[in-house]
Design a protein around this ligand. Sequence first.
Ligand code: HEC
Length: 219
Amino acid sequence: MSELSTNKIAGAALGTALVLSILAVVTPMLFEREPPAKPGYAITVAPEEGAAGAPAENLTPDWGTVLPTADVAAGEAKAAVCKACHMFDPAGANNIGPGLYGVVGRKPASHPGFAYSAAMQAVAAKQPIWDYQHLYEYLKSPQTYAPGTKMTYQGMSSAQDRINLIAYLHTLGSNLPIPPPAPKAAAPAAGKAPASLSGPPPEAPTPGASPAPAPVKAH
Ligand code: HEC
């Protein structure tokens, strides 16, 4: 009898030990964290220490570099929030906000039939067109960029989201060319920037195909 209860106690202790050791193995697995698949975008919030040469985020992206590599589909997804107030189709109908088809490169406050605020007309007085940089600043915080604007949207803080969104807007009948990449960012072999987002990626001339003749000097 007493032997039996000793066995029971031993059994219970063993069982507890088993449960504890299983927990010890399983628990860390539950809390294991996957490292991020990729370390992030090239354009992220610059570290406070101001790493040497880090791109000045939110100031001036090099549009010739960031637009051709932007994720247009992601930008289109981001535009869903704009559709509460804006139409994006070529018919250009106004809604709560003006029609946005072709807005990239368009004069601010110029869409026919829309009653713009004085704030937006003041933007138009200073800014001849909606270029990439001005859209980028406006969309970050409309009320900061144009205090008093009728656009009550609060803004999009992520620089990369805005770049993708602007790349998407650019596909909507924009007449504004994409500038060539700034020299420091240009790939050595790539000659010119593509003129549009829709074209195929620029092909570097294949030097391997026909070996360049050695330069011959006249003398
Ligand atoms: C809550 C409604 C609302 C939302 C959401 C909104 N807008 Fe607007 N937007 C407006 C209004 C209203 C104006 C006119 C502003 C004025 O006259 O001050 C405007 C103006 C603009 C202009 C200037 C157009 C011109 O003809 O000069 C741009 C560009 C613009 N919006 C882009 C966007 C984008 C991109 C988004 C999504 C990220 C967005 N808006 C989200 C209401 C909105």
